[in-house]
Design a protein around this ligand. Structure first.
Ligand SMILES: [Zn+2]
Length: 296
């Protein structure tokens, strides 16, 4: 099944939701960055969280999210645009050697982390905000940021199930975002946000039942029980398919290399025939020779 994004509103309760399936996105990212299982778990959470933010953007807008944790997980970077092109970068893709993958305190440290979110359009910063990241989970810390900095009560949960096959490491990945809109019934929202983190909902998020409408209705029914879905007056639509897609190109990389200056570039190519440059976000490799910069 392809990855998907569904955005909607429970009109009767003024609650907005986003549901995303990110299996392929996470798999492509995990393979590109060669993350070990412990790092893949955290990276998956961060990438799915970024995908869930896509419907909050319009036009050329982009969110860039940076997490810094005092534990071995260290820093993570992810960005997303309105087309749900997601890319990311873990500062430490190999965590297994550094500790027990189940030792959350070791991975995230025993103090608060930091999260910074920048909204930009066509490379120009619209606004940027920073809060502490006290929840030791990238997706939960994004929801914390949205609640505190944007003052929109938010809850986010992600799920990932892995395969033992290194060539096909991700079985299922996905997540859901809930947000309280103006005039939201906050008591109801609190009940829904608590249920979102429960095993029953996580199981439904991991269950690849189709069609997607059925999956959505089952998840919403679980969040709303004992009330019925009909009472909530649900309205939803499909968004763009999320994917691990990078905006790098040979020309952008060439421009970046020009920053070195012509003298240094000339020197570089007297020392070697070609220079390989790797994109930090997608790990794509670009190889340049003297001819790419000099006519003779
Ligand atoms: Zn790239």
């Amino acid at each position: 099944m392809n990855d998907y994004l569904i955005r909607g509103v429970l009109k009767a309760f003024n609650v907005r939701f986003v549901l995303a399936g990110t299996t392929r996105l996470v798999q492509d990212a995990v393979i590109a960055h060669d993350t070990d299982p412990a790092a893949a778990q955290i990276f998956s959470d961060a990438l799915t969280a970024a995908a869930l933010l896509a419907p909050l953007l319009t036009g050329e807008e982009r969110y860039t999210i940076r997490w810094e944790y005092p534990g071995t997980a260290g820093g993570l970077l992810a960005d997303v645009n309105a087309a749900a092109d997601v890319r990311g970068l873990p500062s430490n893709p190999h965590l297994m050697a550094e500790g027990d993958r189940a030792d959350k305190e070791k991975l995230f440290g025993d103090g608060d982390g930091m999260i910074a979110v920048t909204k930009s359009v066509a490379g120009k910063v619209l606004n940027t905000g920073q809060t502490k990241a006290p929840l030791a989970q990238p997706s939960a810390d994004i929801a914390f940021f949205l609640s505190l900095s944007d003052q929109v009560e938010s809850e986010m949960v992600t799920v990932t199930r892995f395969n033992a096959d290194p060539a096909n490491p991700v079985h299922t990945a996905g997540g859901m975002l809930l947000q309280a809109m103006p005039d939201c019934d906050l008591e109801r929202f609190e009940v829904m946000r608590r249920k979102l983190g429960q095993p029953a909902v996580k199981e439904l998020l991991l269950n690849n039942c189709s069609p997607l409408e059925t999956r959505l209705r089952r998840i919403l029914a679980e969040l709303l029980a004992p009330d019925s879905l009909e009472e909530a007056d649900v309205n939803y639509e499909f968004g763009p398919e999320p994917g691990f897609r990078c905006s790098c190109s040979e020309e952008k990389m060439r421009q970046a290399m020009l920053v070195l200056g012509m003298d240094d570039l000339k020197q570089l190519f007297t020392e070697r025939d070609s220079v390989a440059v790797c994109c930090n976000f997608c790990r794509r490799k670009y190889t340049f020779t003297q001819k790419d910069f000099f006519s003779t």
